[in-house]
Design a protein around this ligand. Structure first.
Ligand code: PGA
Length: 250
């Protein structure tokens, strides 16, 4: 049976004690889940949440990381530090990093390669703005983000990469791409992967949808053949909304 990958991006929310409380609730409620699950708390809560998740089926993720292993990089957090406290996955290229903090494809690619070199799983986010979509640039934007983000990544390392398609206009806005629209872009992403890595890699790559995923739209999105999971922001901040998204099949 097909398995889905549901990830929660907590963004800049929750103190350590609030994070521990939510992680514990998710651990208890999702222990029997058949889906792959990840949560990405803020950096300050990672260590405490890591202890809560020990022995659970929920992977610990970080929302970003620095482009170097160590050194004079004020304000950055290194892959070595993340691994040291049990982080298994890192979200890279999120649209808030691209658009608010002006991260380029080249910088994102450096982080992707560094994470993979340390055996860290990556969720590589791609997606167009509304202006880009309206200008007919959706495919060129997404294919550039994929090609440049994955430059230098070999086919073996690709098995540790999940793609998240997140149309920027759908993030935190309550607007979701229709399942048909999202599926068409996912199919396009898969065709870019096919061009870069071949048929087998294209078939196996996991492509999450992100952008206002909620309990009431999760099932219809993930029913589509090219949508293999969800990267959830706002609705991941409360067990009442995140648990039903993970359990969308039951
Ligand atoms: P949202 O965020 O679910 O709040 O739209 C998704 C994301 O940014 O990953």
């Amino acid at each position: 049976m097909r398995s889905y990958y549901i990830a929660g991006n907590w963004k800049m929310h929750k103190t350590v004690s609030e994070s521990v409380q939510l992680a514990q609730e998710l651990k208890d409620k999702l222990s029997g889940s058949k889906e792959k699950i990840m949560i990405a708390p803020a950096f300050t809560a990672l260590d405490a949440v890591s202890k809560v998740l020990k022995g659970s089926n929920i992977l610990l993720g970080a929302q970003n990381m620095g482009p170097e292993e160590q050194g004079a990089h004020t304000g950055e957090v290194s892959v070595l530090m993340l691994k040291d406290i049990g982080v298994k996955v890192v979200i890279l290229g999120h649209s808030e990093r691209r658009h608010t903090y002006l991260e380029t494809d080249a910088l994102i690619n450096k982080k992707v390669r560094l994470a993979l070199a340390h055996d860290m799983e990556v969720i590589l986010c791609v997606g167009e703005t509304l202006a880009e979509r309206e200008a007919g640039m959706l495919e060129s934007v997404v294919s550039t983000q994929l090609k440049e983000g994955l430059a230098g990544v070999g086919v073996d390392a690709l098995s540790k990469v999940t793609i998240a398609y997140e149309p920027v206009w759908a993030i935190g806005t309550g607007k979701t791409a229709t399942p048909e629209d999202a599926d068409a872009v996912h199919a396009y992403c898969r065709s870019v992967i096919r061009g870069l890595y071949g048929e087998e890699a294209a078939k196996n790559v996991v492509i999450q949808y992100g952008g206002s995923v909620k309990p009431d739209n999760a099932a219809s999105l993930m029913a589509k053949p090219n949508i293999d999971g969800a990267l959830v922001g706002g609705a991941s901040l409360d067990a009442k909304t995140f648990v039903p998204i993970v359990q969308f099949r039951s």
